[in-house]
Design a protein around this ligand. Structure first.
Ligand code: S3P
Length: 192
């Protein structure tokens, strides 16, 4: 059995998180994969807001978009994230559009610590090409859509409390960088 690198002992035991950690960023940034590992290393629970929405609705994100429309999805997203933020500190991976909604962004700013996983276009395109479960990317050329979303959304993601690059192939490196950046953030912010 391969030995997995776990950053918990060396990195996370000093972290006393006052609020949930909320991962934001474009589709393909690695929010769910990195979030799950980050939660494991911090000894916290992990929730994926898209999964919670699917469970609540009893159908897939694609079906919600197709049958009920994006507006209903955004409404569900708001309710689910509000509920997750009310719980004890945990790691939450949000869908790419969540932080773009002003009301959700305000909730996250007040009740969570936001971390933007920033990635280059080539990396995002490569990662999203493995699935066809993202309705916004099924409307045309994935690269063009993502490039357009980068222009619109990156200035908003920039408002996150912490920014970490997620271009590197090794998710453990990203987790390590997040924990390092979080420590700096907690030292200098009133969140701690
Ligand atoms: C969306 C991103 C998706 C999902 C939905 C809409 C967006 O989540 O919430 O398809 O608006 O960027 P991921 O970022 O986890 O793919």
């Amino acid at each position: 059995m391969g030995k997995e690198h776990n950053t918990a002992g060396e990195n996370s035991n000093l972290l006393k998180l006052p609020k949930p950690i909320v991962l934001v960023g474009l589709m393909g940034a690695g929010k769910s994969t990195v979030g799950r590992r980050l939660a494991r290393d911090l000894g916290l629970d992990f929730r994926d807001s898209d999964n919670e929405i699917q469970e609540a609705a009893g159908c897939s994100i694609s079906d919600i978009f197709e049958i009920h429309g994006e507006g209903i999805f955004r409404d569900l997203e708001k309710r689910v994230i509000k509920r997750l933020l009310e719980g004890s500190p945990l790691v939450i991976a949000t869908g790419g559009g969540a932080f773009i909604q002003p009301h959700i962004r305000e909730m996250i700013s007040e009740f969570g610590i936001s971390i933007w996983l920033r990635a280059e276009l080539d990396v995002l395109v490569e990662r999203v090409s493995r699935k066809n479960t993202r309705p916004l990317l099924e409307k045309g050329d994935k690269r063009e859509i993502l490039s357009d979303l980068m222009d619109k959304r990156y200035p908003v993601y920039e408002q996150a409390d912490v920014i970490v690059n997620s271009d590197d192939g090794a998710h453990e490196k990203v987790v390590h960088d997040i924990i390092h950046a979080l420590k700096q953030f907690l030292k200098t912010s009133k969140a701690s």
